[in-house]
Design a protein. Sequence first.
Length: 311
Amino acid sequence: MKTESRTLAFSALMALLIGCAGIVATLASNSQAILLDGLFNLIYFSIALVTIKVSKLASRPDSESYPFGYSYFESLVNLCKGLLILGVSIFALVDAIAALLTGGREIAAGLAVIYALFATVSCSFTAWVMHRSQRHVSSPLVAADKLNWLVNSVISAAVLAAFCLVMLFERLGWLAILPYVDSVLVIAVVVLCLGVPVRMASQALKELLNKTPEESIAEPVRQAVANALANTDTQQVRVRMVRPGRLLYVMVHVVLPEASRLSITNQDALRARIDDEVRRYYSPVVCDVVFTADTRWAVPSCGLLVEKHRS
Protein backbone atom coordinates (compact mmCIF):
# COMPACT_ATOMS: atom_id res chain seq x y z
CA MET A 1 0.00 0.00 0.00
CA LYS A 2 1.41 3.34 -1.07
CA THR A 3 -0.53 5.80 1.08
CA GLU A 4 -0.58 6.30 4.82
CA SER A 5 -4.38 6.40 5.12
CA ARG A 6 -4.86 3.11 3.24
CA THR A 7 -2.16 1.41 5.27
CA LEU A 8 -3.71 2.51 8.56
CA ALA A 9 -7.20 1.59 7.37
CA PHE A 10 -5.98 -1.91 6.49
CA SER A 11 -4.38 -2.20 9.93
CA ALA A 12 -7.65 -1.17 11.61
CA LEU A 13 -9.66 -3.69 9.58
CA MET A 14 -7.31 -6.54 10.47
CA ALA A 15 -7.40 -5.58 14.15
CA LEU A 16 -11.20 -5.66 14.12
CA LEU A 17 -11.26 -9.02 12.33
CA ILE A 18 -8.78 -10.71 14.68
CA GLY A 19 -10.32 -9.10 17.76
CA CYS A 20 -13.82 -10.36 16.95
CA ALA A 21 -12.44 -13.81 16.17
CA GLY A 22 -10.61 -13.77 19.50
CA ILE A 23 -13.75 -12.98 21.50
CA VAL A 24 -15.70 -15.75 19.74
CA ALA A 25 -12.83 -18.22 20.27
CA THR A 26 -12.65 -17.25 23.97
CA LEU A 27 -16.32 -18.11 24.46
CA ALA A 28 -15.75 -21.48 22.82
CA SER A 29 -12.41 -22.40 24.42
CA ASN A 30 -12.46 -20.60 27.81
CA SER A 31 -8.87 -19.43 27.23
CA GLN A 32 -7.70 -16.20 28.87
CA ALA A 33 -4.67 -16.15 26.57
CA ILE A 34 -7.01 -15.88 23.59
CA LEU A 35 -9.08 -13.26 25.43
CA LEU A 36 -5.91 -11.22 25.97
CA ASP A 37 -5.09 -11.45 22.27
CA GLY A 38 -8.63 -10.47 21.29
CA LEU A 39 -8.71 -7.50 23.66
CA PHE A 40 -5.37 -6.28 22.33
CA ASN A 41 -6.80 -6.16 18.84
CA LEU A 42 -10.16 -4.62 19.72
CA ILE A 43 -8.47 -1.86 21.71
CA TYR A 44 -6.06 -1.30 18.85
CA PHE A 45 -8.97 -1.08 16.42
CA SER A 46 -10.58 1.69 18.47
CA ILE A 47 -7.32 3.63 18.56
CA ALA A 48 -6.75 2.97 14.86
CA LEU A 49 -9.86 4.97 14.01
CA VAL A 50 -8.34 7.95 15.84
CA THR A 51 -4.97 7.26 14.21
CA ILE A 52 -6.46 7.56 10.72
CA LYS A 53 -7.92 10.94 11.64
CA VAL A 54 -4.62 12.12 13.10
CA SER A 55 -2.71 11.02 10.00
CA LYS A 56 -4.88 13.35 7.93
CA LEU A 57 -4.42 16.19 10.42
CA ALA A 58 -0.63 15.76 10.44
CA SER A 59 -0.43 16.55 6.74
CA ARG A 60 -2.27 19.85 7.15
CA PRO A 61 -0.51 23.21 7.53
CA ASP A 62 -0.71 25.16 10.78
CA SER A 63 -3.81 27.14 11.67
CA GLU A 64 -4.96 29.86 14.05
CA SER A 65 -6.01 27.24 16.60
CA TYR A 66 -2.83 25.16 16.19
CA PRO A 67 -0.06 27.57 15.17
CA PHE A 68 2.62 24.84 15.34
CA GLY A 69 0.66 22.33 13.29
CA TYR A 70 -0.75 18.95 14.29
CA SER A 71 2.38 16.83 14.66
CA TYR A 72 1.98 16.56 18.42
CA PHE A 73 -1.23 14.59 17.85
CA GLU A 74 0.89 11.75 16.45
CA SER A 75 2.90 11.55 19.66
CA LEU A 76 -0.31 11.73 21.69
CA VAL A 77 -1.84 8.81 19.79
CA ASN A 78 1.29 6.69 20.24
CA LEU A 79 1.28 7.52 23.96
CA CYS A 80 -2.34 6.35 24.24
CA LYS A 81 -1.53 3.16 22.34
CA GLY A 82 1.33 2.33 24.65
CA LEU A 83 -0.65 3.08 27.83
CA LEU A 84 -3.70 1.09 26.72
CA ILE A 85 -1.65 -1.95 25.74
CA LEU A 86 0.23 -1.65 29.01
CA GLY A 87 -3.05 -1.48 30.94
CA VAL A 88 -4.50 -4.56 29.24
CA SER A 89 -1.23 -6.42 29.82
CA ILE A 90 -1.22 -5.66 33.55
CA PHE A 91 -4.90 -6.66 33.83
CA ALA A 92 -4.20 -9.97 32.07
CA LEU A 93 -1.14 -10.57 34.25
CA VAL A 94 -3.08 -10.07 37.49
CA ASP A 95 -5.94 -12.28 36.24
CA ALA A 96 -3.53 -15.05 35.20
CA ILE A 97 -1.75 -15.01 38.56
CA ALA A 98 -5.11 -15.20 40.35
CA ALA A 99 -6.18 -18.17 38.20
CA LEU A 100 -2.85 -19.88 38.79
CA LEU A 101 -3.27 -19.57 42.56
CA THR A 102 -6.81 -20.97 42.45
CA GLY A 103 -6.14 -24.13 40.45
CA GLY A 104 -5.93 -22.85 36.88
CA ARG A 105 -8.64 -23.27 34.24
CA GLU A 106 -9.62 -25.93 31.73
CA ILE A 107 -9.54 -25.00 28.04
CA ALA A 108 -10.63 -26.58 24.77
CA ALA A 109 -7.24 -27.00 23.12
CA GLY A 110 -8.49 -27.97 19.66
CA LEU A 111 -10.47 -24.76 19.12
CA ALA A 112 -7.65 -22.73 20.68
CA VAL A 113 -5.13 -24.15 18.22
CA ILE A 114 -7.34 -23.22 15.25
CA TYR A 115 -7.70 -19.62 16.48
CA ALA A 116 -4.00 -19.28 17.34
CA LEU A 117 -3.02 -20.50 13.86
CA PHE A 118 -5.43 -18.01 12.24
CA ALA A 119 -4.15 -15.16 14.44
CA THR A 120 -0.48 -15.97 13.82
CA VAL A 121 -0.91 -16.01 10.05
CA SER A 122 -3.08 -12.85 10.04
CA CYS A 123 -0.76 -10.85 12.31
CA SER A 124 2.35 -11.89 10.41
CA PHE A 125 0.74 -10.95 7.10
CA THR A 126 -0.35 -7.56 8.45
CA ALA A 127 3.15 -6.87 9.84
CA TRP A 128 4.57 -7.71 6.42
CA VAL A 129 2.14 -5.29 4.73
CA MET A 130 3.16 -2.55 7.22
CA HIS A 131 6.83 -3.25 6.45
CA ARG A 132 6.24 -3.05 2.70
CA SER A 133 4.29 0.18 3.11
CA GLN A 134 7.25 1.86 4.80
CA ARG A 135 9.02 1.82 1.44
CA HIS A 136 6.51 4.42 0.25
CA VAL A 137 5.29 5.99 3.50
CA SER A 138 7.52 7.62 6.12
CA SER A 139 5.22 7.86 9.12
CA PRO A 140 5.67 7.29 12.88
CA LEU A 141 2.06 6.09 12.95
CA VAL A 142 2.79 3.32 10.43
CA ALA A 143 6.04 2.51 12.25
CA ALA A 144 4.14 2.14 15.55
CA ASP A 145 1.54 -0.06 13.83
CA LYS A 146 4.25 -2.26 12.38
CA LEU A 147 5.76 -2.70 15.84
CA ASN A 148 2.35 -3.59 17.26
CA TRP A 149 1.75 -6.26 14.62
CA LEU A 150 5.19 -7.74 15.16
CA VAL A 151 4.41 -8.06 18.88
CA ASN A 152 1.01 -9.52 18.03
CA SER A 153 2.68 -12.08 15.77
CA VAL A 154 5.02 -13.17 18.54
CA ILE A 155 2.15 -13.41 21.04
CA SER A 156 -0.01 -15.43 18.65
CA ALA A 157 2.86 -17.76 17.76
CA ALA A 158 3.58 -18.34 21.45
CA VAL A 159 -0.11 -19.06 22.09
CA LEU A 160 -0.14 -21.51 19.16
CA ALA A 161 2.94 -23.33 20.45
CA ALA A 162 1.51 -23.57 23.96
CA PHE A 163 -1.82 -24.96 22.79
CA CYS A 164 -0.03 -27.54 20.69
CA LEU A 165 1.79 -28.55 23.86
CA VAL A 166 -1.56 -28.86 25.64
CA MET A 167 -2.73 -31.33 22.99
CA LEU A 168 0.56 -33.21 23.36
CA PHE A 169 0.18 -33.35 27.15
CA GLU A 170 -3.35 -34.70 26.75
CA ARG A 171 -2.08 -37.52 24.56
CA LEU A 172 0.71 -38.30 27.05
CA GLY A 173 -1.77 -38.33 29.92
CA TRP A 174 -0.19 -35.45 31.84
CA LEU A 175 -3.59 -34.17 32.90
CA ALA A 176 -2.50 -32.60 36.20
CA ILE A 177 -0.62 -29.74 34.56
CA LEU A 178 -3.20 -28.92 31.85
CA PRO A 179 -5.25 -26.39 33.90
CA TYR A 180 -2.12 -24.31 34.51
CA VAL A 181 -0.83 -24.04 30.95
CA ASP A 182 -3.12 -21.17 29.90
CA SER A 183 -2.28 -19.02 32.95
CA VAL A 184 1.46 -19.67 32.67
CA LEU A 185 1.27 -18.80 28.98
CA VAL A 186 -0.42 -15.46 29.67
CA ILE A 187 2.17 -14.56 32.33
CA ALA A 188 5.06 -15.47 30.02
CA VAL A 189 3.68 -13.49 27.07
CA VAL A 190 3.00 -10.39 29.18
CA VAL A 191 6.42 -10.45 30.85
CA LEU A 192 8.26 -10.94 27.55
CA CYS A 193 6.34 -8.24 25.66
CA LEU A 194 5.84 -5.68 28.43
CA GLY A 195 8.82 -3.64 27.26
CA VAL A 196 7.20 -2.81 23.91
CA PRO A 197 4.28 -0.67 25.20
CA VAL A 198 6.58 0.86 27.83
CA ARG A 199 9.08 1.96 25.17
CA MET A 200 6.30 3.20 22.89
CA ALA A 201 4.68 5.29 25.61
CA SER A 202 8.04 6.54 26.92
CA GLN A 203 9.18 7.74 23.49
CA ALA A 204 5.87 9.48 22.81
CA LEU A 205 5.94 11.16 26.23
CA LYS A 206 9.46 12.47 25.59
CA GLU A 207 8.24 13.96 22.31
CA LEU A 208 5.29 15.62 24.03
CA LEU A 209 7.64 17.08 26.66
CA ASN A 210 9.86 18.52 23.89
CA LYS A 211 12.88 16.41 24.73
CA THR A 212 15.74 16.59 22.26
CA PRO A 213 15.55 13.71 19.73
CA GLU A 214 17.94 10.80 20.05
CA GLU A 215 21.55 11.44 19.06
CA SER A 216 21.18 9.46 15.82
CA ILE A 217 18.95 12.31 14.62
CA ALA A 218 20.31 15.27 16.59
CA GLU A 219 24.02 14.90 15.86
CA PRO A 220 23.76 14.83 12.01
CA VAL A 221 21.52 17.92 12.16
CA ARG A 222 24.04 19.79 14.33
CA GLN A 223 26.78 18.81 11.93
CA ALA A 224 24.68 20.00 8.98
CA VAL A 225 24.28 23.42 10.61
CA ALA A 226 28.02 23.57 11.27
CA ASN A 227 28.74 22.72 7.63
CA ALA A 228 26.39 25.42 6.38
CA LEU A 229 28.12 28.04 8.56
CA ALA A 230 31.67 26.79 7.98
CA ASN A 231 32.69 29.86 5.95
CA THR A 232 30.84 32.40 8.08
CA ASP A 233 32.49 34.37 10.88
CA THR A 234 30.38 33.60 13.96
CA GLN A 235 30.94 33.97 17.68
CA GLN A 236 28.68 31.15 18.80
CA VAL A 237 25.98 28.93 17.34
CA ARG A 238 23.27 27.25 19.38
CA VAL A 239 21.04 24.53 17.91
CA ARG A 240 17.83 23.47 19.60
CA MET A 241 15.49 20.84 18.20
CA VAL A 242 12.37 18.89 19.04
CA ARG A 243 10.57 16.19 17.09
CA PRO A 244 6.82 15.86 17.69
CA GLY A 245 5.63 12.97 15.56
CA ARG A 246 7.30 12.96 12.17
CA LEU A 247 8.17 16.68 12.00
CA LEU A 248 11.52 17.98 13.19
CA TYR A 249 11.68 21.57 14.46
CA VAL A 250 15.18 23.06 14.38
CA MET A 251 15.89 26.43 16.00
CA VAL A 252 19.31 27.91 15.21
CA HIS A 253 20.61 31.03 16.96
CA VAL A 254 23.72 32.46 15.35
CA VAL A 255 25.65 34.98 17.47
CA LEU A 256 27.70 37.26 15.23
CA PRO A 257 30.78 39.21 16.30
CA GLU A 258 30.12 42.90 16.90
CA ALA A 259 32.25 43.84 13.91
CA SER A 260 30.41 41.44 11.60
CA ARG A 261 27.17 42.72 10.13
CA LEU A 262 25.36 40.57 7.59
CA SER A 263 22.95 42.16 5.18
CA ILE A 264 19.39 40.91 4.98
CA THR A 265 20.22 39.28 1.65
CA ASN A 266 23.20 37.41 3.12
CA GLN A 267 21.14 36.31 6.11
CA ASP A 268 18.43 34.91 3.83
CA ALA A 269 21.06 33.10 1.78
CA LEU A 270 22.50 31.52 4.95
CA ARG A 271 19.03 30.50 6.12
CA ALA A 272 18.42 28.76 2.80
CA ARG A 273 21.83 27.05 2.98
CA ILE A 274 21.20 25.80 6.53
CA ASP A 275 17.74 24.56 5.55
CA ASP A 276 19.15 22.70 2.54
CA GLU A 277 21.92 21.09 4.60
CA VAL A 278 19.52 19.94 7.32
CA ARG A 279 17.09 18.48 4.78
CA ARG A 280 19.86 16.25 3.49
CA TYR A 281 19.71 14.43 6.83
CA TYR A 282 16.07 14.69 7.84
CA SER A 283 12.69 15.52 6.33
CA PRO A 284 10.07 16.86 6.97
CA VAL A 285 11.71 19.70 8.88
CA VAL A 286 10.98 23.27 9.89
CA CYS A 287 14.21 25.26 10.27
CA ASP A 288 14.15 28.64 12.02
CA VAL A 289 17.40 30.65 11.95
CA VAL A 290 17.96 33.83 13.96
CA PHE A 291 21.02 36.07 13.61
CA THR A 292 21.95 38.27 16.55
CA ALA A 293 24.87 40.12 18.12
CA ASP A 294 23.42 39.62 21.61
CA THR A 295 25.74 37.31 23.54
CA ARG A 296 22.97 36.36 25.93
CA TRP A 297 22.06 33.67 23.39
CA ALA A 298 25.38 32.08 24.32
CA VAL A 299 24.51 31.37 27.97
CA PRO A 300 25.13 27.60 28.33
CA SER A 301 21.89 26.92 30.21
CA CYS A 302 19.77 28.28 27.37
CA GLY A 303 20.28 25.58 24.80
CA LEU A 304 21.67 22.27 23.63
CA LEU A 305 24.82 23.09 21.73
CA VAL A 306 27.47 25.78 21.82
CA GLU A 307 29.99 25.86 18.99
CA LYS A 308 32.41 28.45 17.67
CA HIS A 309 33.09 28.86 13.97
CA ARG A 310 35.79 30.87 12.36
CA SER A 311 36.18 31.49 8.67
